[in-house]
Write a protein that binds this ligand. Structure first.
Ligand code: XMP
Length: 318
C-alpha cells in the first residue's frame, strides 16, 4: 500500500537534508523517470537543480522542442543542448548495433560532461534510476536510464561521474513512479508516454545512420503514433514504433516503377519489456496508417507489420 503523497513528503525532506545548499546536475531524457526525479529534486532544492536535456538528433519528430517547452512550463531550470551533429558524426559509417550504442553512449557522456563542466561547484549528479534498474544494472542492453551506467568503463572517468549520486526513485517500481508523477501534477500525457530507448531512432534504423534516414523515420513514426492516439489505441499499447529497413522494394506509382524503402511497424503489449506480445491492431487502422505513410512519406513505398513476440524476437530490431 504505497501512498504517493507520503512518499513525496518523505523523499523531499530527505533530499533537502542530504543536499542542503549544494548544487545538483541532472540529465533529462523526456521520459517518465528522469522527469519525476527532476520535479522531486526541484521541490527539494529549487534553483540549485540544473537540468540538461540533450537533443541527440535521434528523438521523435518535434520532440526536442515540445518536451523542452513542457519542462520550462513545469518551472524546471533546464538547458536544452542541440548536439545532433555531434551524434551524427559519431555514428557515421557505423552499422553494427552495439557499435552504434557505444558511439551514442560516448557522445552523450562527452556532451553532458561539457555542459556539467560549465556549472561551478556542483556536488551531486541526479539520476532517475528506478528499482528495476538497480537490479538490472548489470544487464547487457541496460534499462532506459542505464546509458550512463553501462558505459562506466569507457575511457577515463568524466568529471561529472566523480559527483555524488542522488536517486530519489531508486526504491520505486514504474507504476509507483507514475503515481508519484500524478501527485506532483505532471501532465498525464507525459506520464503515459511509451518507453523509448536511450539510443532512440538509431536502433530503429537498421544499418548506418544518416540525417536523411532519421527524417524519413521521424515522419513514419509520427503518422503511426498520432494514428494510435487518434484511434484511442495508444494507451492500450505498451510500446510502439516504426523501423526503417535496409532494403528497397519495387513498387508502382502512376505509370512509374519505384524502388524505395520498406518500413516495419511494431506495437507490443508487455508489463516490463522482458516478454512481449505483438498487438492485434485493427486491420482498418493498419490499412489507414499504411496508406497515409506511403502517400505522405517520400522514399517509402511499402509498409509491413511485425507479428513476432518476445521471446524469441526482441522488441527492438537491433
Ligand atoms: P528489447 O529490444 O531488448 O527491448 O526487447 C526491451 C526494452 O528495452 C528498450 N531498449 C533499450 N533501452 N537503451 C535503452 O535505454 C538500449 O540500448 C535499449 N535497447 C532496447 C526497448 O525499447 C524496450 O523497451
Amino acid at each position: 500500500n504505497f501512498t504517493p503523497n507520503a512518499f513525496v513528503e518523505e523523499i523531499v525532506a530527505e533530499m533537502k537534508e542530504k543536499i542542503g545548499n549544494d548544487k545538483v546536475v541532472l540529465g533529462l531524457s523526456g521520459g517518465v523517470d528522469s522527469t519525476v526525479a527532476a520535479v522531486l529534486l526541484n521541490k527539494a532544492i529549487g534553483s540549485n537543480l540544473y537540468c540538461i536535456f540533450v537533443n541527440n538528433g535521434l528523438l521523435r519528430k518535434n520532440e526536442f522542442q515540445s518536451v523542452l517547452d513542457q519542462y520550462k512550463g513545469m518551472g524546471l531550470n533546464v538547458k536544452g543542448v542541440d548536439a545532433s551533429q555531434r551524434f551524427y558524426d559519431a555514428l557515421a559509417g557505423l552499422d553494427d548495433p552495439e557499435a552504434k550504442r557505444k558511439a551514442i553512449g560516448n557522445a552523450f557522456i562527452e556532451v553532458f560532461d561539457d555542459e556539467a563542466h560549465q556549472l561551478t561547484d556542483v556536488k551531486y549528479l541526479g539520476q532517475g534510476t528506478i528499482y528495476p534498474d538497480v537490479i538490472e544494472s548489470v544487464s547487457a542492453t541496460g534499462g532506459p536510464s542505464a546509458t550512463i551506467k553501462s558505459h562506466h568503463n569507457v575511457g577515463g572517468l568524466p568529471d561529472f561521474m566523480k559527483l555524488k549520486i542522488v536517486e530519489p526513485l531508486r526504491m520505486l517500481f514504474k507504476d509507483e513512479v507514475r503515481r508519484v508523477g500524478a501527485t506532483l501534477g505532471i501532465d498525464p500525457e507525459l506520464l503515459g508516454r511509451h518507453p523509448f530507448p536511450g539510443p532512440g531512432l538509431a536502433i530503429r534504423i537498421l544499418g548506418d545512420i544518416t540525417p536523411e534516414k532519421v527524417a524519413i523515420l521521424q515522419e513514419v513514426d509520427a503518422i503511426f503514433i498520432n494514428g494510435l492516439k487518434e484511434h484511442g489505441l495508444y494507451d492500450k499499447v505498451w510500446q510502439a514504433g516504426a523501423i526503417l529497413l535496409p532494403v528497397n522494394s519495387v513498387g508502382v506509382m502512376g505509370d512509374e516503377r519505384t524502388y524505395e524503402k520498406v518500413v516495419a511497424l511494431r506495437a507490443v503489449e508487455s508489463t516490463d519489456g522482458m516478454t512481449a506480445d505483438w498487438v492485434h491492431l485493427p486491420y482498418e487502422f493498419l490499412m489507414k496508417t499504411s496508406n497515409e505513410i506511403i502517400n505522405k512519406v517520400k522514399g517509402v513505398n511499402r509498409v509491413v507489420y511485425d507479428i513476432s513476440s518476445k521471446p524469441p524476437a526482441t522488441i527492438e530490431w537491433e
